[in-house]
Structure formats: C-alpha cells, structure tokens
Design a binder for this molecule. Structure first.
Ligand code: UT7
Length: 333
C-alpha cells in the first residue's frame, strides 16, 4: 500500500444562469420535448451567455467558492489540473488562466483532454502526485463550455450538451478514506465516431472548414451509444469485482451524465437501485467534464465519511474508466 492516499476534502461547482429548455429547442430545430426526454432524459441545460466569457470563467467561480468554503489560501495550492475539451484557447492551458484569475501563484498547472472521461483521468493523475508525497493540495477541475462547439442547427447534438464547471480539493488522507482504486482505458479507433473535425494541426481553421461546419461536435450517436452502454457498465462491474464489493456495499454510483439510458443500464448491471445513483442529467444535460463534479456537489450534503462511491465515465476518444473511493468527510446540510 502506498504511504499517502489522496482524499477529496472539498467540492464546489458552478452552472451559468441561462436555462435552455426543450421547449426553446423545439423552436430552433425539428425536435420535440417528448423525443428528447424519452431518448436522453434531458429537460434543460445551462448555457454561458456573454461576450468574452469562456470555460475558465465558470471554473474560476467553482475554484473561488471551493477555496473559500475549505478555508484554503490560493498560495497553498501546489498543482492545478483542468480537464476540458473546450479550452479558452488552444494554448496556453486553461488551467494556467484559472490560476491567474484565482490568484494561485505557487502551483504548476496543465490541461488534460480525455473528453467526457477527463475528470476521472485528472483525478487519478492528481492522486499520483499526492501518493508520491510530492504535492499536498491539488485542485482538479472539470469544466466545459460545450455551447462554444455545438451547432444549434444540428438536432442530433444540440439537444444533448450544456455548460458547467466543478472543482475538488485533493489532499493526503488522514485515515483509510480516499481514492482506493481505478481502472482507466482508451481505444483511439473510436475517434471516428465522436470528434471535432477541424481546428487542429491536421485541418487548421480555414474559410472551407467554417463553411463545412467542421468546428462543431461531430457524433454518430448510435455507434457511441453502443460502446458507451457496454463499456461503462463493464468497467463499473470490473472495479466492484476487483475490490470484492457487492451492490449493498456501495453507497453511491456517480456516473457521467451522457444519456439517462446509459446510466440506468450501468446501475442495473451493478445491481443498484435508482436511489443510490446520482442523476441530474434532466437539469444540466451532458456537460462533458462538468458532469461528475456537478453531481458530487449537488449530493455533497448526503455524503457520509466512509461511504463507498464508484465514479464511472465514457467519452470521446474513446476513453472510459471507473474509480472506487471512500468519501472522506460528512457533508453538511
Ligand atoms: O458523453 C460522451 C459520449 N456520448 C454519448 O454517450 C452519447 C451516446 N448516444 C446517445 O446518447 C444517443 O445515440 C443520442 C441521444 C445521441 C441519439 O439517440 P438515439 O436513440 O440513438 O437516436 P438515433 O440517432 O438512432 O436517431 C433515431 C431517429 C432518427 O430518425 P430516423 O432515421 O429513424 O427517421 C433521427 O434522425 O431520431 C431522429 N432524431 C431526432 N428526432 C427528433 C435524431 N435527433 C433527433 C431530435 N429530435 N433531436
């Protein structure tokens, strides 16, 4: 066993005020509230409005709230990892911009891109720095302004995504609670089904790429669904078996919120009743890297020290994974 185990010691999240409802989408594209609800479970999503605002602005709200509620000085943070697919700019890293805006001056920081699995990849990356003993206070952020890469004339994608940010503080655990185990996977051949075609080094921005709408999310929904529903359930069951966990041992499943049907299939395979599954997709849609910290934040007051949590995600790449952790503090009402 490693000398230091990392534990989440605080959580904060932020979603912008503007709410885009299914009814409003009915006026924008050929869709219905009934179709969106039955196929995805989504009723509304939050959208960041306002010129000049980006992913870092949402993340900073979460970070500032987190530092305040945990009584942490920005000077004491020694590492910041931001998981995002919608960075403020291609470079420098959004994590650097967040540090600047939040007054974090003694840290090193970087972005991590693993699409919808980014937050759990970042959590495990941060965990290694704590385990090694080299870092003591690490911020892990999951943030995305998906509205900046969504085509609001494409009914197949615009109904799914929303904007949000969440941040956790990771510190060395003082007891046996914290991150116990993880399984992370990648299959790059899946990139054909979910990607953004232009804007990178293979296809830099041009008038042609803009005319062809290649700076938006491209998704073959059904193909992604098939991989997601199998792999997210498999990897959640795998981590339970690896750690000798039965369904009654698990207090909460914290799943990536991509589609209510994927979440329900995962919970079924794990033998969990719905009461043990964090589900807020009806109110936020798929906020990519924001989904898991948004759930932890909204359920924080129900979490108890020692609770067994399984975090699970599947996303573009393909990337997927699961984390088994023991919650480290009693959430306050
Ligand atoms: O988070 C990262 C990973 N992403 C995911 O996990 C997403 C996985 N995929 C999904 O969640 C689902 O595939 C979607 C929600 C994207 C789509 O649901 P679906 O049940 O797979 O629908 P579909 O793409 O098979 O489309 C069924 C029909 C099609 O019409 P036809 O060809 O049967 O006549 C679509 O054109 O529904 C049509 N359709 C719509 N109709 C009304 C597609 N989008 C819409 C819409 N409103 N918004």
């Amino acid at each position: 066993m490693s000398k230091f185990r990392a534990a989440i010691t605080g959580i904060q999240a932020y979603a912008p005020d503007y709410i885009l409802t299914n009814q409003e989408l009915e006026n924008m594209v050929d869709t219905t509230d009934e179709w969106i609800t039955t196929r995805t479970g989504i009723k509304e999503r939050h959208i960041q409005k306002g010129k000049g605002l980006g992913t870092s602005d949402m993340a900073v709200k979460a970070v500032e709230g987190l530092l305040e509620k945990t009584g942490t000085s920005p000077d004491d943070i020694d590492l910041v990892i931001c998981a995002t697919v919608t960075p403020d700019m291609l470079f420098p890293a959004t994590a650097n911009i967040i540090c600047d805006k939040a007054g974090i001056k003694n840290a090193f920081s970087f972005d991590l891109n693993a699409a919808c699995s980014g937050f759990i990849y970042a959590l495990i990356t941060a965990n290694k720095f704590i385990e090694s003993g080299s870092h003591k206070k690490v911020l892990v952020i999951g943030a995305d302004k998906m509205s900046s890469i969504v085509d609001y004339t494409d009914r197949q994608t615009c109904i799914i995504f929303g904007d949000a940010a969440g941040a956790v503080l990771l510190e060395p655990s003082t007891d046996d609670n914290g991150i116990i185990d993880s399984i992370l996977r990648t299959d790059g051949s899946g990139r054909v089904h979910l990607h953004q075609k232009a804007g990178g080094s293979v296809k830099p921005p041009s008038y042609e790429t803009i005319d062809a709408k290649e700076h938006f999310v491209f998704q073959e929904g059904q193909a992604v669904f098939k991989f997601a529903v199998i792999n997210m359930a498999d990897i959640s069951v795998e981590i339970m078996e690896k750690n000798g966990l039965k369904s009654e041992d698990i207090a909460w499943l914290v799943p990536h919120q991509a589609n209510l049907r994927i979440i329900e299939a995962t919970a079924r395979r794990m033998g969990l009743e719905r009461e043990k599954v964090m589900i807020n997709i009806p109110r936020y849609g798929n906020t990519t890297n924001g989904t898991i910290p948004m759930c932890l934040y909204e359920w924080e007051d129900q979490l108890k020290k020692g609770d067994n949590l399984i975090l699970a995600a599947f996303g573009g790449g393909f990337t997927w994974g699961s984390i088994y952790l023991k919650w480290a503090y009693d959430g306050k009402k």
